[in-house]
Design a protein around this ligand. Structure first.
Ligand code: MTE
Ligand code: MO
Length: 207
């Protein structure tokens, strides 16, 4: 899957400009949403293969096949957390269960309060991209994204929304919340793709 695929050799190492963080700080914009199990649904919509919307209740989502991934978290503000074990539903599994139409090139991952982040389909489909419900064997706490957060190990952590509610399949790229506000459209920490002014032609839609 080319340069977007996660690179084993770099697991557990610090990308350029990052420093190791002890413990696990909480970083996000806005308030922590209150989880309402009866109203919660994980939706897949946009350019699906069958043209239909797909959705799982919390009970249904919790019953999807569970897998784990060991991965690091790199915040663009320069701290990294290494070696966490994330448990949940692989993004690839979602692609199997709710397949995208042939023309899909990007996804928008949507979270509570309209937070969003866009990904190339190849980044979303990467082996280690996971909708995490657990970290190191324990349920996520509310501040860290309960009930579901996305983890994209090979990209900066803002590419992984906490409190995920859905995935939109897209046939063209569109910027998410931070990507519209000065952060890089791709966000590869190994290439220090922090800010949108660093983008090269083809890295993202015009700002
Ligand atoms: N919904 C939502 N998810 C988000 C963010 C946010 O502002 N809102 N911030 C991102 C950023 S910048 C980082 S570094 C990580 C932080 O995750 P943590 O608080 O669990 O360490 O969450 C990401 N996911
Ligand atoms: Mo971050």
């Amino acid at each position: 899957m080319g340069q977007s695929e996660s690179r084993e050799g770099e697991l557990g190492q610090l990308p350029p400009g990052q420093r190791l963080q002890r413990g696990w700080p909480v970083t996000h914009y806005g308030p922590v949403p209150k989880f309402k199990p009866d109203r919660w649904e994980f939706r897949v919509f946009g350019a699906t293969a069958d043209g239909e919307k797909h959705g799982w209740t919390h009970e249904e989502f919790s019953a999807l096949p569970y897998s784990t991934v060991v991965a690091d978290l790199h915040c663009v503000t320069k701290f990294s957390m290494l070696g966490a074990e994330w448990g949940g539903v692989a993004a690839r599994r979602i692609l199997e269960l709710a397949p995208p139409a042939p023309g899909v090139t990007h996804v928008m991952v949507w979270a509570e309060y309209g937070f969003s982040s866009n990904l190339r389909l190849s980044d979303f489909a990467a082996e280690k991209t996971i909708f995490a419900t657990h970290k190191d064997g324990e349920l996520l706490t509310a501040e860290h994204g309960f009930p579901v957060r996305l983890v994209v190990p090979h990209l900066y952590a803002w590419k992984g929304p906490k409190w995920v509610r859905g995935v939109e399949y897209m046939t063209a790229d569109r910027r998410g919340f931070w990507e519209e506000r000065g952060y890089h459209n791709i966000g590869d920490p190994w290439r220090e793709q922090r800010y949108s002014y660093q983008e090269e032609p083809g890295d993202g839609p015009e700002l």
